[in-house]
Design a protein around this ligand. Structure first.
Ligand SMILES: Nc1ncnc2c1ncn2[C@@H]1O[C@H](COP(=O)(O)OP(=O)(O)O)[C@@H](O)[C@H]1O
Ligand SMILES: [Mg+2]
Length: 157
């Protein structure tokens, strides 16, 4: 057993519910990094996470591709970050990246590789892989004991 926690999602709806389940388990200070190519479902998963965090359903959660950081109010403050357009992490200087990544809310980060050394090592990684037109594989890699306790059963949900 290599400890990998994988789950296959057969549809966008299932991915949304998975995101919701993730969101319900998040606590103050958590960072979730979503890895995967364009169209893998990172933004969709974030929409589910926002629901699970209690962001009202009438609030549209859209990709922060150009704004880099979008913020939402739920049970916890949600920072939705997207590094896609970041040339280098220095471009974050005018944005609340410290509050997002090291504050009391929750950060969900698309294209986390673009953050370089700013990406916290205490985080939950979710790797999204496209298997087919409507199927995705999600692999959960929690990097702290606390996150392992909370997300250790995710491959078996
Ligand atoms: N099982 C699935 N899980 C997530 N998204 C899916 C799935 N099947 C199809 N899709 C589609 O893939 C696209 C994912 O888009 P998006 O979440 O914006 O990706 P990303 O943010 O990774 O670029 C959506 O159009 C969604 O409907
Ligand atoms: Mg996206």
């Amino acid at each position: 057993m290599n400890g990998d926690l994988c789950v296959e999602s057969p549809s966008p709806e299932v991915s949304l519910s998975l995101g919701e389940a993730v969101g319900r388990r998040l606590l103050s200070g958590d960072v979730v990094a979503l890895w995967g190519e364009l169209g893998a479902g990172k933004t969709l998963l974030t929409q589910g996470i926002a629901r699970g965090l209690g962001v009202p359903p009438e609030t549209a959660v859209t990709s922060p591709t150009f704004t880099i950081i979008n913020e939402y109010e739920g049970r916890l403050h949600l920072y939705h970050m997207d590094g896609y357009r970041l040339g280098d992490p220095g471009e974050l200087e005018s944005l609340p990246w410290r509050e997002a990544l090291y504050g009391h809310g929750v950060a969900v980060v698309e294209w986390p590789e673009r953050l370089g050394p700013l990406l916290p090592s205490a985080r939950l990684d979710i790797f999204l892989e496209i298997l087919g037109p409507t199927t995705r594989r999600l692999r959960f890699v929690p990097h702290t004991d606390d996150l392992r306790r909370r997300f250790g059963d995710f491959g078996r949900l």
